[in-house]
Design a protein around this ligand. Sequence first.
Ligand code: HAM
Length: 415
Amino acid sequence: MAEFQAPVGTRDVLPPESARWAALVARFASTVTRAGYGLVVGPMFEDVGVFERVGESTDVVRKEMYEFDDKGGRRIALRPEGTAPVVRAFVQHRPPVPFKAWYVAPNFRYERPQAGRFRQHHQVGVEALGTDDPDLDVEVVALCWEVARGLGLRHMTLLLNSLGDDACRPAYLEQLKAFLATKELCKEHRDRSVENPLRVLDCKRDECRAATAGAPRMVDHLCDDCRPHFERVQRGLTALGIPFEIEPRLVRGLDYYTRTTFELASGALESAQNAIGGGGRYDKLTEALGGPPTPGIGFGMGIERLLLACDEEGVFAGPERAVDVWVVDTTGGEAAGALAHVLRDAGIATDRSFDERSMKAQFKAADRSGARIALVVGEQEAAAGEVTVRDLGSGEQTTVPAPDVVDHVRKLLGE
Ligand code: HAM
């Protein structure tokens, strides 16, 4: 075993798996840029305060954050999630609203690693700031759904809830607290139900499940602003043909949420790690980070989880091959270099062997790469200014003048 291993809860993504990863990100980018979202690239670490504003009773912040003092004595945290950093950037730069951003970035959470749960995971996501129009909620939820559908995923449930706002949530929380006070809860929530009673609704332990069976539901206590907002979101999704289930227990793990919250659960994954994406509104977060009142909504999707779900459903296999063409050169390698350069310049993915390997070894490498065509330059071809073009599938081959190679390859590739 190698002396050093990737840290517990992290993994290396190498080719060819990484090609599938890149293809997923490209799909995501094209879906969301078509809807007007622009890429935001930000730091992987922030002042710890940025995340503390997310809410002190958020587990991700309270227990799982990677925090340290840097050499300048600043208290730093590796980003555990992607929303607070985008909002911090919004407050700092004040771009015009609506501000529609997307990102792809690693997140760090000191969790107990298991299948589909990592200490460094990666999310693709969007954030949209500057309006509380429920049509934006519909747009954002629909994008999340479409990304997963676009990968070919079919066994999914979209769970939807509303967590209300400052007008209706406090009174609801009091009711919920009073209800829970008479119940037997699990060990963790016995103490914490007062601090954050919503979290009890989300608890998977039997005691809490039983205790909350008849608990009051936020959706039944929405105020006159939140109720029509939630209804319009539902109408909008229905109009787009996107199926959803109202899940009053969906409270999400982060404390900044208001109104619309949602999660995409994969029926192909173990239930403990079946969330392939989640998000919602956070209409107070911008103010919490020192900005002007600015509502916002977004979602994040775990790349590792999306790919696990794709594996389970047998979809989105990713690119079949790394290159289309392999150059086999038995004249010393310089001709391969020149030919590969010409093909690459013409936009044809091409690779070659190095170290003057034998012809057999070079063909083996060509096969392993998945290339469809081998271009062969031997002494004879070099002397005649020609190249032999072999279709690696059928085994057929012809010899063509060197200047015609690109056209010939294009034809064979069906371009
Ligand atoms: P989250 O639900 O904590 O939300 O994470 C979003 C997604 O990231 C999850 O649905 C899951 O697919 C993936 N994920 C989370 N933790 C892990 C982990 N330890 N290992 C593997 N995958 C994981 C957020 O982070 C919010 N910032 C989403 C959001 C954006 N809300 C509004 N805007």
